[in-house]
Design a protein around this ligand. Structure first.
Ligand code: SF4
Length: 385
C-alpha cells in the first residue's frame, strides 16, 4: 500500500511515542493472526473524533476496520420535535436549547426548518450552556412560558433529573425529553442489522461513567462480542483496539474496562437514583431508523407537570423525517460512511448542514467534514470500505 504524505506524517508522529509504537506493533501482530476482516464499532461520537482527528484509521492493518456507531444524540433526535418547537417559538413560547441542537433540521421542507431559522424569523429561541441556565432564565421571567429541549444520552439526563428531584425547577419551565438510552440501540443494531458484521465494540466512556460498565456486559455474554469501555485519548483508543483483537484471537469475548480512571462497575449511583426517580423508560423513535424498545425516557408520574407533551396536551408523533438524499440513518448505524452520501461537502457542509449528522460536533459527517484537511479523503475511504 502506497502511503500518502499525510498518512506518513501521522505514522511518524506515532512512532515518536514509544507507548504508541509498542501498542501499534502489538495490534499489527494480533491482526496478522486473524485471517479475515475485523469490524470494530466505536459507539461514541467523541471516540469517532479521536479516531478521525488523530488519523488512527490510517494506522490500522488492512484487515482492521473502524466503524463509527450511533453515538450522536442530536443525529437521532426526531424531526417532529424540531417541527413542534419551531412552530411554538413563533407563537411566543420561549424555547431554550443547547447550541448543538440549534441548527438541527426538522422534518419539513419549508422554512424555517430549524430553531436557528425560526430565530431569524422572529421566533423566541435562546441557546443555553446547560439546564442551570434554563432554570435561571425561567426564574428571572416568571410571566413567560419556557420549553427546554432536552437532547442527549444518559450522560445528559442527570442535568435535568437532579434539579427536578431537588425541586429547584420553576413551573414556567417545561422539558421536552428527547433523551435516548444507549444499550438498547446496540442491541437493536445487532438484532436487526446483522449485515453490519460487528466483531468488537468500543463502548462509550462518558455514558459508562453514569450507567457503569456492567451495562455493556450483554455484548460479550449474549452476543459473544469483545467489548472495551475506553477513554478518549488516542492511546486509550489504541489500547481498546488491541484488547479487542486479543480477545478475538483467544476466542474469549469479555468486557474490559480500559477507562478505570473514570468508569466504575455500576457508574454514578447518585446520578442514576435521580434519573430513575424523575424519568421512566419508554419505547422511543430514533430519527429515520425505528422505534427501539426501551430506548427513551419520559417523566415519571411525580414529574409529569414538567413534561412538555403533558403540559401542552400534545401527542408524540412519528413523522417522515429522513431528508431526501441524506444517508444519516445508515451512517448512524455504521452501514454507510459520510463518503457514501452524494451530498457530503456539496449541499451539506458544517456551515450549512442539510442532514442531522452534519449538525453536532458528535455527528460522524461533521467530524469527517472538519477533518478532511487533516486526513486525506482516500485514506478514510480505504479503511472504511
Ligand atoms: S453528508 Fe449530510 S446529507 Fe449526507 S448523510 Fe451526512 S448529514 Fe446526511
Amino acid at each position: 500500500m502506497v502511503m500518502t504524505n499525510i498518512e506518513l506524517k501521522i505514522k511518524q508522529l506515532y512512532e515518536k511515542s514509544p507507548s504508541a509504537r509498542r501498542i501499534l506493533d502489538a495490534i499489527k501482530l494480533e491482526a496478522s493472526s486473524l485471517d479475515r476482516t475485523v469490524n470494530i464499532m466505536n459507539f461514541c461520537g467523541t471516540h469517532e473524533w479521536t479516531i478521525t482527528h488523530y488519523g488512527i484509521r490510517s494506522l490500522m492493518p488492512d484487515n482492521i476496520k473502524l466503524i463509527a456507531g450511533p453515538g450522536c444524540p442530536v443525529c437521532i433526535t426526531p424531526g417532529y420535535y424540531v417541527d413542534l418547537l419551531t412552530e411554538l417559538s413563533l407563537e411566543g413560547y420561549h424555547v431554550l436549547t443547547y447550541g448543538d441542537s440549534f441548527k438541527l433540521p426538522g422534518s419539513k421542507a419549508r422554512t424555517p426548518k430549524s430553531l436557528y431559522e425560526a430565530k431569524m424569523y422572529g421566533g423566541k429561541v435562546t441557546v443555553v450552556y446547560g439546564f442551570h441556565d434554563a432554570i435561571e432564565i425561567s426564574l428571572r421571567n416568571r410571566g413567560e412560558e419556557f420549553i427546554f429541549f432536552g437532547v442527549g444520552f444518559e450522560t445528559t439526563m442527570p442535568s435535568t433529573a437532579i434539579p427536578l428531584r431537588d425541586g429547584s425547577v420553576p413551573e414556567n419551565l417545561a422539558i421536552l425529553s428527547a433523551y435516548r438510552l444507549t444499550p438498547p440501540v446496540m442491541k437493536y443494531l445487532l438484532e436487526k442489522h446483522p449485515e453490519a458484521r460487528i466483531d468488537g465494540v468500543i463502548a462509550p466512556g462518558h455514558v459508562s461513567s453514569v450507567i457503569g460498565w456492567r451495562s455493556w456486559l450483554f455484548l460479550p455474554e449474549e452476543y459473544r462480542i469483545p467489548t472495551v469501555v475506553a477513554g478518549f485519548e488516542p492511546l486509550d483508543v489504541l489500547l481498546a483496539i488491541l484488547a479487542i483483537l486479543r480477545m478475538l484471537n483467544k476466542r474469549e469475548p469479555s468486557l474490559v474496562n480500559e477507562y478505570k480512571r473514570v468508569v466504575k462497575p455500576d457508574g454514578n449511583q447518585h446520578a442514576k437514583d435521580a434519573m430513575w426517580r424523575v424519568y421512566k423508560v419508554v419505547d422511543a423513535y430514533w430519527r429515520g431508523i425505528d422505534v427501539i424498545p426501551g430506548s427513551g425516557a419520559t417523566h415519571s408520574n411525580e414529574y409529569r407537570k414538567y413534561d412538555f407533551f403533558e403540559k401542552y396536551r400534545l401527542e408524540e408523533k412519528i413523522t417522515e423525517d429522513k431528508l431526501p438524499g441524506c444517508r444519516c440513518p445508515e451512517v448512524t448505524l455504521g452501514l454507510a460512511t459520510p463518503l457514501d452520501c452524494p451530498l457530503f461537502m456539496k449541499t451539506c457542509t458544517p456551515s450549512h448542514p442539510y442532514g442531522p449528522c452534519m449538525v453536532s460536533v458528535e455527528g460522524t459527517c461533521r467530524i469527517w467534514a472538519e477533518n478532511i484537511p487533516v486526513l486525506k479523503r482516500d485514506a478514510i475511504k480505504d479503511s472504511s470500505s
